[in-house]
Design a protein around this ligand. Sequence first.
Ligand code: UDP
Length: 251
Amino acid sequence: MNHIRGKTTVKILGVKFDKLDFDDAYQRFTTFMMQDETKMIFTPNSELVMMAQDDDAFRQILNEGDLTVPDGIGIILASRIHHLELTERIPGIDLMAKMLAYANRSNKSIFLFGAKPGVAEKAAQKIAEQYGNIKIVGVQDGYYDERDELRILDKINEVKPDILFVALGAPKQEKWIYKYRKLLNVKVAMGVGGSIDVWAGTAKRAPRIFQKMGLEWFYRLIKEPTRIGRMMILPKFLIKVIFTKAQASDE
Ligand code: UDP
C-alpha cells in the first residue's frame, strides 16, 4: 500500500481526508485566514462517512472541503486497516478551540450559526469569558424557516465575520456551507456539529481520560443510551472498510 506515500489526501469509503496532524491542520487554517475566498473546513466521523455512502451530493461536498480532517477514532481505525497514514484524530471541537485562540490573538471576528434558540448566545458568552479579546460579531439559531436562508446570509455578510462556525448537524451544515460558499463574506466556514452546545454547556464532552483513549463515543453511550442506534454505525462502518480492503486486494 505504498502507493499512497507522498499523497496529501487519502480516501476512506470515497470520502477525502487531508493527511495532516493536528498542528498541520491548524497551520492550514491560518493560511486560509490570509486568503480572500471562503474556505470550507469539514470534520467527518464514521457516521458522516456512512451517511455519504447513500448521498452522492454530500460525498462530493465533503470531497471539495479545503480542509477535511478525521473527527473520531473510527476514521483512524479505518486508516490503519488500509495503511493510509492518518496519524491522529482531529476533533472538530479541539480545532475550533485553536481557531478561537487564534481569533483572540489576531483580532479576528467570529459568528456562531446553529443550535437551538438561545444556545449560541450562551456559547458566545462562555467563549467571550475564555477569550477576552475575541470579537463575536453575531449569532443565529439553527431552527429557521427555509425561506429565511437569504436573510441569514445577509445577516452574516453584513458583519463580515472572519470565521463562521455552522452547527446545524450533518449533512445540513456542510450542505449549507457549500450552497452559500461563493456568496459568503467570510474567510473560513466550518461545520461544527454539536460544538456550540458544548460551549454553551447544554451538552458535555467526555472527561479527558476518555478523550485520550479514543473512548469519547463510549462515554456518550453511557450518558445517552438512546444513541445506541447511531453508535451501531461504527461496527457497520468498520466491516464495510474491511470488506472494501478485501475487494481492493483482489484487483
Ligand atoms: N441543529 C440545528 N438545526 C437543525 C438541526 C440541528 O441548529 O435543523 C443543531 C442542533 O441543535 C445541535 C447541532 O445542530 O446543536 C448538532 O446536532 P447533532 O447533535 O445532531 O450533531 P452531531 O454533533 O451529533 O453531529
